[in-house]
Design a protein around this ligand. Structure first.
Ligand SMILES: [Zn+2]
Ligand SMILES: [Zn+2]
Length: 133
C-alpha cells in the first residue's frame, strides 16, 4: 500500500513537472527536476512513466531532436519551432495547423487523419544574435 502511494506521488511529480514547463524537456531533464525531491527515483522510472503518459494521451511526444526524445505537457495541436543550433523547442501559439492541410492529407491517404505535427526548424532568435555578435 505504502509502495503504491509512493509510486503514485512520483508519477504525479513527473507529470506536473512536464506540465509546468514549456521547454519541451527530455527524460533526463525531467529526471534532474524530480530527483531532489525524490532521491530514490531512477531514470528508468522516469522513462517508463513518460512512455505510459504518452500512451494514455496525457502528454505528447515531439519525436527526437538531435537523437533525444522530447516531450510536451500540452497535448493540444500546436506548431513548434526547433532550433538546430541549441536544440531548443518553442511553441508558436499564434499559428494554427491549417485545417485544409489535414483534409488534404486525409484525401491522399483515404483514411482518417487524427493528428498533425507541424514543426519548423531553423536558428532561434537567441542563437542568431549570439552568432552576429
Ligand atoms: Zn538556438
Ligand atoms: Zn509545444
Amino acid at each position: 500500500m505504502e509502495q503504491t502511494t509512493k509510486q503514485f506521488r512520483k508519477r504525479n511529480a513527473i507529470l506536473s513537472c512536464l506540465r509546468s514547463t514549456d521547454v519541451h524537456p527530455s527524460a533526463d531533464w525531467v529526471y534532474a527536476q524530480v530527483k531532489p525531491e525524490y532521491p530514490d527515483i531512477s531514470l528508468g522510472t522516469v522513462y517508463r512513466n513518460l512512455a505510459l503518459f504518452k500512451q494514455q494521451g496525457l502528454i505528447a511526444s515531439l519525436g527526437t531532436v538531435n537523437g533525444v526524445e522530447r516531450f510536451d505537457g500540452n497535448t493540444d495541436p500546436h506548431v513548434h519551432f526547433i532550433c538546430t543550433h541549441c536544440d531548443s523547442v518553442t511553441d508558436l501559439p499564434q499559428m494554427a495547423v491549417p485545417q485544409s492541410l489535414c483534409s488534404q492529407a486525409a484525401a491522399q491517404t483515404g483514411g482518417l487523419v487524427e493528428v498533425c505535427h507541424l514543426a519548423f526548424t531553423g536558428v532561434c532568435n537567441r542563437c542568431c544574435s549570439s552568432r552576429n555578435s
